[in-house]
Design a protein around this ligand. Sequence first.
Ligand SMILES: [Zn+2]
Length: 400
Amino acid sequence: MDTLILTADRLFDATGGPTIVRPVLRIDGESIGSVEQGPRPPGTAQFEFPGCTIIPGLIDTHVHLVFSAAATNAAVIEQVGRESDEQLLQRALANARAALHVGITTLRDCGGKGRITQEVRDRIRRGDAEGPDLLCCGMPITTRTGHCHWLGLIADTNDEVRRAAERMLAEDADFLKVMATGGNMTPSSDPMRAQYGPQAIALIADLGRSVKKHTAAHVLSRSALPGAVLARVRTIEHCDWRVEENRYEYDPELARRIIDQEQYVGLTMSATARRAFLPQIASDTSGPIRRLDMRFECERRMIEGGIRFVLHSDAGVRLTPIDSLAQGLRTAVLELRLTPAEAIRAVTATAAEAIGLLDRGTLMPGKLADLVVLEGDPLSDAACLERVRAVMKGGQWIKR
Ligand SMILES: [Zn+2]
């Protein structure tokens, strides 16, 4: 077994403890051996990163590898419809590779077409393609004209919902994804309305649980939130509390149940949230952007109330390239008033817990050696998240 020794100015292990100054990190094979301060053991490979900080590999829990991140949602939908399966596969492979090179060592894909994302996952696991470790849902379950119906997995009745979920499990999905409300991206759907009754959501989540797989529910208004809570889906994607066109209503009782049931919410730091960084968003007057202050206020209440949260990019949707997660994290620091440490924990330790991958997410002995080396100190300046010096996945250098 190969042993590597890494040194840097700082190491943030994401366990909640303080930053370790002048760390000596030992990698044994594919795992973290030890994290110490002090003199280096002699006779092992040395990798010195002066001026740098080592953090765990990033985990983006909601992306769409087959999407192009074009300038408008209509253009993304058109692209997905126009490209052949082979083109979509090549696009997904390129996106996966780009993600890894900015330090994202684990991805969860929340909606692809056909079996393309499973194929990407399997090629990466076999070593035939370079990319993060990937969890995928295959296609998301949705209604005939519902959000992302153009990805192709339609289910209207409870019987159809059951068959759709069974089909995804048969097609080797790692988890199930249901569009519990409409989405902003799909004009024929209504984000304000629940697409399914609580029974259908519970049916999917129960079926997943019966084979130890979790369910993610897309919830873009409060209409579907009680159903997602009742069904105990593992992750509530977006978790939006909007009750009317321009009114949000936070419900502390519902929030309490989310905490008690150990559910996780995924806060979406896609381009729509990035008004501080993207001029074309700052000048956009569409609803989701006009409502950002109200949205962020609800997200702040969830965080202060103690709801477990992750930050995700929803990469692939308009203006949100797969390698821009760092910009999303900087947005969360600015708009949700998180410390950089809180933002990093949300895409490492907490993200790993949320999707049930307990072998990663922190730099503790025994965990997978997935890590990123950043120039500078990201704990005092989140902009350093964009300055990637090196990436290691499972003890192997990807970029150095
Ligand atoms: Zn999405």
